[in-house]
Ligand binder design. Sequence first.
Ligand code: HEM
Length: 251
Amino acid sequence: MKFGNSQIVKEKKQELGEKSSLKSVDLLSRFLSSGHSDENFNIDIVISFILAGRDTTSAAFIWFFLLASKHPNVENEILKEINDKSEAATFEEVKDMVYTHTTLSESMRLYPPVPVDRKEVIDDDVLPDGTLIKKGTRVAYHPYAMGRSEKLWGSDLAEFRPERWLETRDAAAEKWSFMAKDPYTYPVFQAGPRICLGKEMAFLQMKRVVSGMLRRFRIVPAFEEGIQVVFIAHLLSKMKGGFPVRIEERV
Ligand code: HEM
């Protein structure tokens, strides 16, 4: 990020102060214009927009499009599903994109946008398995490792297989039924009372983007000769050097 979050808030306030009418219709402007003056609150809002809401879904797309391009059978299933929806899919249609939902869930199992998440214990506590943890201890849960655990996912854990999320398939009606995993098995959005607030929104956005893009274009990886895909786990799951792609229009 080029600027710190406080800088973003400061600049936006200045911009709003200079303009008599609200030309800028972004969410931060709306928060500031509606009288939220607490600096920390506004900085937290910026963090939520940028980190929680935007960077997570873009990290998910890197791996989703890579895996979809490497598994044409999966991409074809998605295409079958999106091709019978309208060009700008409606809310009801997006909800009906079960296979696309499944594929996103499977790609985030292997490449969770938040690969590891750390917490600090504020008071002495006991974990569900009886482990005592003292105030000040740092604990972490590891969605990346858990998504690759044989105990949780079986011996084919390394395989990209969206079908593992499908409970039944009404072959006649070509209807899939999505089998959600409990969030403690699949903590990609965290679990418990502080589970991601934007989970449903994220799926909605991602399914609309996937359907809008794949319907018209093929996303073809365009790595230079000899370049290996390297997974980087910082705050978010990234690809070393970025994900170079060629966008080809479908004919
Ligand atoms: C694929 C996309 C996403 C993933 C994988 C994801 C994952 C997560 C995770 C792991 C946390 C817990 C962070 C922590 O406690 O340290 C979290 C929290 C949160 N997420 Fe998401 N997120 C995604 C998209 C979104 C979107 C689109 C929004 C907003 C529209 C959003 C809003 C939030 C908020 C507000 C929290 C804080 C909840 C709380 O602390 O009570 N997220 N998310």
